[in-house]
Design a binder for this molecule. Sequence first.
Ligand code: 0X9
Ligand code: ZN
Length: 428
Amino acid sequence: MMRRLVFILVLLEIYIVKIAVGNKVDYSGQQVWRVTPNSPEEVKSLRELEEKFEVDFWTEPTSPGRFVDFRVKPKQFFELANALNRMSGYEIYISDVQSLIINEKLSHNKRKNLGKALASSVQAFDYSQYHPAKEVYQWMDLVTSEYSFATKEQFGVTFEGRPLYVLKFEKPSAKSKPTIVVDALIHCREWITTASLMFIFKEMLQNPSFTHMMDEVNWYFVPMINVDGYVETWIGDRLWRKTRSTGPNSNCPGVDANRNFDSYWSNEGASGNPCAFSYYGPTPESESEVRHLVKYVMGQGKIDAYVTTHSYTQLILYPYGYTSTPCADDAVLNATSKLMHDAMKAVHGKTYTYGPSSTTIYVTSGTTTDWSYDVAGIVQSYTFELRDTGRYGFILPADQIIPNGEEYLAGLEVLSNYVRDNYEGSGM
Ligand code: 0X9
Ligand code: ZN
């Protein structure tokens, strides 16, 4: 009798947690392991594991000495551990992916139940939690209703028909000003990107130490490029990365939008396999989100800096992704990155490694940053990879949103000052 009761209670608890989490894809028992290959042969063997075990790389195998994080299913533990022990061994970084997802959802629901999710003003909005797409849209409306110089412009629709918006902050000024574009969430599982930037824009609007950034620069903020994917991460698969488009030739939906730009679009550092996580798509700009973003940015006047936001591993990356040949502006981008690094480190002591993308991490093609630099002609083009360095990876706890936002804000302030000081505006 007692046993039966315990059994029923356990089932009930599993059911309640399942309802609370709500996501259809369950990662129970799955882990994230870290391996640091010691030789080019070990890098190659790790790449082959992807084919053999279908592991999900959270950071890719690239070069000896650079760590690789990947998600592993329990049924693969034994065989994979044996294979890795023949190489440099491995460390368990996340012992149960699903428990991180459950904790994230439970802490969100707890705050929501306290009524904190429903905000009546930009100031009252809860920046210390993650918000689903609907609330991010509502936040944009709060901003435009409170600040007359902020406007919301629709620049397209997603594959599933959701509106794509940019928030434009253009404070009136006697002089013409430079413009910085910042985007987030092209990889929809990287929740920290949108969350930290909403906090940052609130600070730029309300914190007297940072309002100068809006006095001196116009800001165009695209908070959710991959809205369809973001919705999927809340209700379906928390670790979804790609868009949600479906093509006639595949059972695997989605394209890696950060391989879909028309800039060195190829299978170098991207995949032609529709089921791969870095699938570059059937054609460049095949994705509605990428196509509309490109058209919109190209249709604006001069843009002085373009920053695209990702997570994780704490990096400041600049062109190129597709080649290890330094770009023409390597020296200036390196110098500005160093200043951003210093300012970010001064806030909470976190290090953001900086350098050209291809040599600092790995080769990529068809990315936002190569496109903004080479096609849109914006010299100050960066990819920021936010927190952390692997303890939580993509499932960064919400209590890090504000600290991460504070340090990213310090980096953006350096960039803001840089474009201000180097601006040769029209009509001055
Ligand atoms: O691989 C990516 O798309 C980015 N890393 S992530 O873990 N967020 O997926 C890095 C892209 C870097 N590429 C350029 N800066 N060109
Ligand atoms: Zn990313």
